[in-house]
Each structure stands twice: as C-alpha cells, then as structure tokens.
Design a binder for this molecule. Structure first.
Ligand SMILES: Nc1ncnc2c1ncn2[C@@H]1O[C@H](COP(=O)(O)OP(=O)(O)OP(=O)(O)O)[C@@H](O)[C@H]1O
Ligand SMILES: [Mg+2]
Length: 357
C-alpha cells in the first residue's frame, strides 16, 4: 500500500548499526519462534549473532532442538550463530562471604526490590558486551518482566544512592565490622561500592545504547485478537515512555484463505481476525507489520525455522495489498466470505429473537 512501511523485517536486516534486538509480547504468541528466525536471518547478513533467552521457562532449546546453557553455544548448522539461556534470577557467582556485607546487601535488596535481578542482568550484559557479537537478539519473557528489566538502570541508580546514604550515615562502621571479622580489604564497603560504581558505568552505557534507535529496537509479537492488540498498545506506550525504539510488529497465527474453506468455525475465526488485523494496520500505520500464517504444525528445529523465515521477508499479499487484479479478486472473495458469515450470523440472531418471543 502506498506510504505504508513494507510488511517485512527487511528494515531490521538492513540496519547495519543495530546491536540489540528485543523481541517481546504476550505469552505463547510466538516470541521464541520469531526471535529464533530473526537471529537466523541476521546471521545471513551480519558477522556474528547471539540469541539470548531471558525467560526463566527457556524454550530456545525447544525451537532449535538443541540444549543451551548460560554459556554461548554455536547453533548446529551455523558458524556465526550462538545461543544462550540465562535466568535473570541467578545467584551471584561470587558470593559475598562477609556477614556484614551480606546483611548490607540484604538491607539493600529489601530497600530496593528488583536490584538483585537488575544486577545479574547487568552482569550478563557486561559479559555479553565483552564478547563482541555484531548483534544480540533477546527472546524475552512475557511483557511485564521485560519492561522491568529494561527499567533496571533507574533501579540501580536508586540502589546506589541508597548505599551512599547508608555509607554516609554509618561512616566507617562497616569497615570496622569487616576488620573485626578478620576479613581482608577486598571485603570492605569501599570495594563493594567500587564494584557497584563499575556496574553503574556499564548500566549507563547500556542504557544509552538501549535508547539509541541506531543501536536498539524492540519487535512486538502478537496475534490478531483483542487481548493481544490491547497488550501491544500497552507495550508500545511503555516503550515510548522508556524511549526505546519500536517500529516492527509481527502478527502471528493469521488464518489465510489459501483453499476454499468450508468450516464455519474457521470462517468465523477469520472474520474475527480480520477485524483485529484492520485495527492493527490502522493503529500502527507507521510500523512495519509482518503477518505470519498459522501453520498446521509447530515450528520446531532449524529446518522448520528456516522454512518459515521466508514469510518474514515477503509480505503476505492476499489480504492487504491492492496490487494486481488477481489480488483484488482474492480480497473481494475474502470479503464475500466475511459477508456470508455476517449474514448467517445475523440470520441466526434474528431466528433466536423470534424464538425468544
Ligand atoms: N505461525 C505458527 N503456526 C503454527 N505454530 C506456531 C506458529 N508460531 C509459533 N508456533 C508454535 O507455537 C508454540 C508457541 O510458540 P513460541 O514458543 O514461539 O511462543 P512464545 O511467545 O515464545 O511462548 P512463551 O510465552 O511460552 O515463551 C510453539 O510450539 C511454536 O512452534
Ligand atoms: Mg518463548
């Protein structure tokens, strides 16, 4: 359609500066499938790609049919695509043995909920940044969680100022305590503060990167249903609030009239979907909207992912473009089907009313 951004993910593949690609949306809509396919497509145009799942219910392993851990592992059949699964709630690798430190940390954790999670996310980002991948794709956990992690710089900021306040208030008390327990200098609060300060630098750096549309984008995955439309709108608003760029929406599980459809159920579902598809296209006319068909089977394993990836590169014409006569005819046919559905539904309603009288 004229003036409308292309309905593919080509813009992401073409954006050579892109470093972070977040893929998010409601549970079960196809985030893991879409992020896996995006990482495969990116591996064809970029030097090296890492896909990270931050969902505690890891499913990259299911999609690729290969076991992954928190260490980046080469995906079978690729020489530049790596995958890792991290738990945002992992315990710290270097536990702070000092009791004084522990209580200090737990005070802090109680004072600022989410700081432990934010810190392990920061650790992970720090690690990933040193690894020098050209682009990093995140398969994120369902909506709320992701946004919380993207907020982590401000969470940590709060944590730091709280610590500073504590430090100022108690002066050298903590240092004395650590000495009392016979702990070395590396356990004093200055060392800890230093560590947090270092973390803050990483976080500020990463935060700046997340807010830079040249480096970062967020891909919203959804399905053509009311709840998903609603969640997408909320997600887009939140992203705007956090100043995180988003200009791609993937609408998954769309029913197409590839064959003559007899089933009343499917016809009714198609009609329902069409209503929400129209709303998506109207609401997000400045987004690249990629619509993907609902397949008869799951998308499991590299071969299936690769096969499905073709749909990410070519817009589905049947419903939305107004190009050729052929396409126009298809669209008319679809509308006719929808009309038929509407009429039969209306008839049913009328009959129902008559019966009721
Ligand atoms: N277009 C499609 N047609 C058929 N099956 C699909 C399609 N997209 C995804 N699937 C299948 O649906 C299931 C859920 O997809 P996926 O795991 O990608 O969703 P998710 O959003 O990551 O879910 P979760 O929120 O649980 O992490 C998978 O088994 C996947 O293979
Ligand atoms: Mg998933």
């Amino acid at each position: 359609m004229d003036g409308m951004p292309e309905g593919t993910v080509n813009n992401i593949l073409k954006q050579e500066t892109l470093k972070w690609v977040f893929v998010g949306g409601k549970g079960g809509v196809g985030k893991t499938t879409c992020s896996s396919i995006l990482s495969i497509l990116l591996s064809q145009v970029r030097q090296s790609v890492l896909i990270i799942s931050t969902d505690p219910a890891h499913n990259l392993s299911d999609a690729f049919q290969q076991r992954f851990t928190k260490i980046p592992t080469l995906v079978y059949g690729f020489n530049n695509l790596y995958a890792m699964e991290v738990d945002p709630k992992v315990e710290n690798d270097e536990p702070l043995e000092a009791e004084g430190m522990e209580s200090f940390i737990s005070d802090l954790t109680n004072a600022i909920p989410g700081i432990d999670e934010a810190m392990s996310f920061a650790e992970m980002l720090k690690l990933v940044q040193t690894m020098d991948y050209s682009v990093i794709v995140f398969d994120t956990a369902p909506t709320g969680h992701t946004l919380r992690l993207l907020q982590f710089p401000s969470t940590l900021e709060k944590g730091l100022s709280k610590m500073m306040a504590l430090k100022n208030r108690f002066g050298g008390l903590l240092t004395q305590a650590t000495r009392l327990f016979g702990l070395g200098d590396e356990f004093n609060e200055d060392a800890l503060l230093g560590k947090l300060e270092g973390m803050k630098d990483v976080i500020e750096q990463v935060n700046q990167q997340f807010k830079d549309p040249d480096l970062t984008t967020f891909v919203c995955v959804c399905i053509p249903e009311f709840l998903s439309l609603y969640e997408t709108e909320r997600l887009v608003q939140e992203l705007t609030k956090f100043e995180i760029d988003a200009h791609n929406i993937i609408i998954n599980q769309v029913l197409y009239e590839d064959e003559a459809i007899e089933s009343k159920l499917i016809k009714a579902r198609m009609k329902m979907q069409q209503k929400y598809l129209d709303q998506f296209y109207t609401l997000y006319d400045d987004f690249h909207i990629t619509s993907l068909p609902l397949l008869p089977e799951e998308v499991c394993g590299v071969d299936a992912l690769k096969q499905f990836s073709a749909k990410f590169l070519k817009p589905h014409k049947a419903i939305f473009s107004q190009g050729s006569v052929d396409e126009a005819e298809k669209r008319v046919a679809l509308i006719r089907v929808q009309l038929e559905c509407a009429i039969s539904e209306l008839d049913k309603l009328k009959k129902g009313k008559q019966k009721a009288r």
